[in-house]
Design a protein around this ligand. Structure first.
Ligand code: TMP
Ligand code: ASP
Length: 248
């Protein structure tokens, strides 16, 4: 039924395979982890499964709240059946708290609250090192139209509200995150890619401890242990049962 077809795209941490239904794809989460445009690399056993479960749960929450996403179902840990999208080469970043590259580029204080949040759009292009864009550049490069950018911003703010609330209730602060969008077969803007500790900054809500890929970027702590902890906070035993997966 969900037989894996041919590999047609391989990213830094995921592979995309065709599906017998040409409107679908199968996304396989690998254990590879990279930073600095792929300069720093490692392989963390179990990371792919872990991120696929976290991403499935968060996409399900967004769908329950009426947002259109690429997610169809978790086939098995590490493997997600998804809608095929024509991806828009933007990294849409939302920041609730100043940290990371923002404080390197601009005079924000580390941990400064940003309210209303900042939405930043970077060009998803390793060759050009993902430079920050503005609307005029995006439109001139024909990456997206003005109305599409407005729609993407609206959806991103909604995602922030929904996920911040859910994560707060499991003790996680959503500091910032990166989204990728694409167009489905009807041309509708749809959330794609993943939402996981690889693509978000998650902090412990009381201690502000790092619970994400920053540990790997900075070479600190047991990255996989923390990813497993985050997975347990986000994915409940009921979710696992529903997906037919053994307790973690
Ligand atoms: P930054 O502060 O390094 O610009 O990162 C902002 C957010 O985007 C953070 O949640 C991590 C995420 N991110 C990615 O998902 N992929 C990337 O390549 C980079 C640089 C950041
Ligand atoms: N995604 C980037 C890379 O793989 C790095 C990052 O997330 O910091 O190189």
């Amino acid at each position: 039924m969900n037989e894996i077809g041919e590999l047609f795209f391989s990213g830094k941490a995921k592979d995309v395979y065709s599906h017998e239904n040409k409107d679908y794809v199968i996304i396989k989460f690998r254990d590879d982890i990279t930073a600095g445009d792929g300069e720093k690399k490692d392989n963390l056993k179990g990371k792919g499964e872990c991120n696929s479960l976290i991403s499935s749960k968060l996409f399900e929450i967004l769908e329950e709240n009426g947002l259109s996403t690429q997610y169809i179902e978790l086939i098995e840990p590490g493997v997600i059946l998804s809608k095929k999208l024509d991806m828009i080469p933007l990294e849409v970043i939302l920041r609730n708290i100043a940290t990371g590259s923002l404080i390197k580029k601009f005079p924000f204080r580390e941990k400064q609250d940003i309210n209303p949040p900042i939405i930043q759009m970077d060009f998803k292009n390793d060759e050009y090192h993902d430079p920050m864009l503005n609307d005029d550049i995006i439109i001139a490069l024909e990456i997206a139209k003005k109305e599409e950018l407005n729609q993407i911003r609206k959806i991103t703010l909604k995602i922030n509200a929904i996920l911040s609330e859910f994560l707060k209730n499991v003790g996680v602060l959503l500091v910032d995150f990166k989204l990728e969008f694409g167009k489905d077969i009807m041309g509708n803007i749809t959330l794609g890619d993943e939402i996981s500790p690889d693509t978000c900054r998650f902090w412990n809500i009381t201690t502000f401890e790092t619970l994400d890929k920053d540990l790997f970027r900075k070479g600190e702590g047991d990255v996989m242990n923390v990813y497993r902890e985050v997975c347990k906070l986000i994915v409940s035993e009921e979710d696992l049962k529903r997906w037919g997966i053994e307790p973690l």
